[in-house]
Design a protein around this ligand. Structure first.
Ligand SMILES: [Zn+2]
Length: 273
């Protein structure tokens, strides 16, 4: 029974969150609705990390909380900048119109945004400037839901422009884009959770913590699964890996990377690595 519950948690909370997002979209300001869902999601995931941790040694400490709180604030600004840039770029391009019911348009929008997200993320794993931008997300030697925030603001802007511009240009409605991007954001927090919730067959339908913690492996053979939201593009492009255990978390040469926020923010502009 306990094991069955562990399999049901992930799909159940997603259904609840998306029902709330759909029901309240017309009544609550999108920003407030998104913020409320993020906070509900975080509270529940923190509760799971306390109740059924996947690895006790990956528990979030005070330093981990504070560092990620700072990144949360910095990246809220980066997110807005990315959004404005995406709208500006999209206005310059011819937009189509996708006239489909939400139950078709939202999954299609998620698949489309993750196509661009997949290739942007995969390119940031090549050595050079893009890796220096992305690597600070991989330097922690443990993975928990709150360190989903630990991203360089340039990484956030890049992802926002790549994913959002394409959705606007394709012609998805504002409601579809809101529901699809909300789903993706909530999924990113869930996929980082340090809780013993199981994927099983779900790992072939959406991104699960089992799949994404492999992406954070120090072992490059395991560090696949570039999409934390859905696994299809990894399956199609040969980077899908599904296994329960992960060797260890982090980068294989941590001494080459900074571990303080100011240095991390300057890291892309430094030579080397
Ligand atoms: Zn990565």
């Amino acid at each position: 029974m306990r094991t069955l519950i562990k399999y049901l948690i992930h799909p159940t909370i997603l259904v609840i969150y998306m029902t709330i997002a759909y029901k309240f979209y017309a009544q609550v300001h999108p920003f407030l609705l998104l913020l409320s869902l993020v906070l509900i999601n975080l509270t529940f995931l923190w509760f799971l990390e306390w109740l059924i941790p996947f690895k006790k040694k990956w528990k979030m400490d005070k330093k981990g909380f504070l560092v990620n709180l700072k990144y949360f604030g910095i990246n809220a600004a980066a997110d807005s900048l990315g959004k404005l840039s995406a709208i500006f770029i999209a206005m310059k391009l011819t937009a189509g119109t996708v006239d489909l019911p939400l139950y078709y348009s939202v999954p299609l929008a998620v698949i489309a945004l993750e196509f661009f997200g997949y290739w942007i993320h995969r390119s940031t794993h090549q050595d050079g400037l893009l890796w220096r931008v992305h690597s600070i997300h991989h330097t922690p030697n443990k993975i928990f839901t709150w360190n989903n925030n630990k991203m360089h603001p340039l990484n956030i802007v890049l992802l926002k422009i790549g994913r959002l511009t394409s959705l606007i240009v394709i012609g998805f409605s504002a409601e579809t884009i809101f529901l699809a991007t909300t789903f993706a954001l909530l999924q990113n927090y869930i996929s980082h959770v340090n809780a013993d919730i199981r994927g099983g067959l779900l790992s072939y339908i959406i991104g699960t913590p089992e799949l994404h913690r492999l992406h954070h492996s120090t072992n490059r053979e395991e560090a696949l699964n570039y999409s934390a939201v859905i696994p299809y593009w990894d399956m199609i492009f040969g980077t899908f890996l599904n296994q329960q255990e992960v060797e260890s978390i982090g980068v294989h040469n941590p001494e080459d990377y900074p571990n303080e926020i100011k240095q991390e923010l300057l890291f892309p502009f430094r030579k080397g690595v």
